[in-house]
Design a protein around this ligand. Structure first.
Ligand code: NAP
Length: 253
């Protein structure tokens, strides 16, 4: 049996991606902090298809020791696809940022993603059919004023993952590394980014996708041979593309 790991599966894009992969018959390993949401998701999946195995592993991925521990716990399963989706944003000018929140964002968006990607690549790069998909953002390719640090975390995700994809291709490794770059998507993201209780996308955002639509884009990227799946911030169309960042290979091996 093989599994798809999805981090940040308790809401939004991760939650809908779990349902979309379950519809494709994929067994799931789901993580986030909110166990109740993950249990509810597991019941939903099993109502749909009782043959799908859903493993729940709660973890706070902003704590590096829990990140390593989570990876260790996944090691008893064969992981076909690893999706690093957990992340959050912050909308403040840099002078107004609350640094404890920013530290946590850097640990979750960058440190956890780098640790989990590196361990997965180390264990599975030479295994045919494996994929690593990291969730970046349109803000991983364009700096958005008022969200500069968040965008910088996503520039890191895009550069790291595009670079990894290039490295794997240069080595002839079968694993595919990919970046999903959503634009505004209706999830809990805005509330968390602005530290507000309720936010209406309908009333405040001229254009956005639903989390279900984004999960379908995730599947489109999964099924393609392209490295990048990106939503155009003007038209809101989804495009599958080659890497966007310039890349020079100076490695000696
Ligand atoms: P969301 O509904 O807030 O989901 C975020 C997920 O991350 C939740 O499952 C949350 O679970 C998990 N998470 C947050 N902190 C965590 C922690 N410390 N440890 C473990 N899990 C944690 O937002 P979303 O929009 O679906 O976000 C998914 C990804 O899409 C993020 O990487 C985000 O940056 C990216 N993105 C979103 C948008 C957008 O407009 N929505 C646009 C571009 C990119 P718990 O709280 O239960 O732990």
């Amino acid at each position: 049996m093989t599994y798809t790991v999805i981090t940040g599966a308790s809401s939004g894009i991760g939650y809908e991606t779990a349902l979309a992969f379950a519809k494709r018959g994929k067994n799931l390993i789901l993580t986030a902090r909110r166990e109740n949401n993950l249990e509810e998701l597991k019941s939903k999946v099993n109502e749909m298809n009782a043959d799908i195995d859903v493993i729940i592993m709660t973890a706070d991925l902003a704590e590096n020791d829990q990140v390593y521990d989570f990876y260790e716990r996944t090691k008893e399963y064969e992981v076909e696809t690893w999706i690093n989706n957990a992340g959050f944003g912050n909308f403040d000018s840099i002078s107004d940022q609350e640094l404890p929140k920013i530290e946590k964002m850097l640990r979750l968006n960058n440190e956890a993603l780098t640790i989990l990607s590196s361990l997965y690549v180390r264990d599975y790069a030479e295994k045919a059919g494996t994929q690593l998909i990291n969730v970046s953002s349109g803000g991983g390719y364009t700096i958005v004023g008022g969200a500069v640090t968040y965008c910088a975390t996503k520039f890191f995700v895009s550069a790291f993952t595009e670079g990894l994809a290039q490295e794997l291709q240069a080595k002839g490794s079968p694993m595919q590394a990919k970046v999903l770059a959503p634009a505004a998507t209706e999830t809990e993201f805005a509330e968390r980014s602005m530290d507000t209780e309720q936010f209406s996308y309908e009333e405040n955002v001229p254009q956005f996708h639903t989390a279900q639509e984004m999960a379908q884009f995730m599947l489109d990227l999964y099924e393609s041979d392209k490295v990048l799946g990106i939503v155009d911030g003007e038209t809101y169309e989804f495009h599958l593309r080659d890497p966007l960042y310039p890349y020079v290979n100076r490695s000696r091996n």
